[in-house]
Write a new protein. Structure first.
Length: 170
């Protein structure tokens, strides 16, 4: 069915609060009280928020695990499914989170990252757990409808979930 407008009958907007991470929480007595709006064919589909992710990992031979070195995201807000504008021409914002591969960044790296932050947020961290906490905070703020990435399903998603679980990231 895809994104659509909904007709919700006898909705209780006050019973549920913070039961999920959704911006709007509604309680209904029965699932058949929620249905797609009948005349929605004449309406524009709801706009979507998209987040594109890319990760770089390193193999920790001692623990036999992949760890996250860097995580970049590009966020597109209010994207229409009927818009044919190429992604590179859509307004967006980016953030990149990076930690050193070892004990420290190469000389001058942090200054260079700070100087280039006009093109998007670049944050340096000392530990992987800090990257994970910042990313989850951004994920909560952005609240994307769709998360995409080149190797998201096959590799990155499982690495991300495993690292969040392993680091006990709140």
């Amino acid at each position: 069915m895809g994104p659509c407008w909904l007709n919700i009958k006898d909705a209780d907007f006050s019973s549920l609060q913070n039961a999920s991470h959704c911006k709007l929480e509604v309680l209904v007595e029965h699932p058949n009280m929620v249905a797609p709006l009948r005349d929605s064919e004449n309406l524009e589909t709801p706009p979507l928020t998209l987040m594109s992710l890319a990760m770089r990992t390193t193999f920790n031979a001692k623990d036999n695990k992949l760890e996250i070195l860097a995580l970049s995201a590009r966020v597109y807000e209010k994207v229409s499914l009927s818009d044919t504008t190429p992604a590179e021409k859509l307004p967006c914002r980016t953030f990149t989170l990076v930690r050193p591969n070892g004990s420290a960044f190469p000389g001058g790296f942090e200054k260079l990252a700070k100087d280039r932050s006009s093109k998007g947020l670049i944050k340096t961290f000392k530990q992987e757990s800090e990257i994970l906490m910042f990313f989850l905070a951004q994920l909560d703020i952005v609240d994307p409808d769709v998360i995409l990435g080149h190797q998201l399903e096959g590799v990155d998603y499982s690495v991300l979930l495993n690292r969040i679980h392993e680091k006990k990231t709140p």
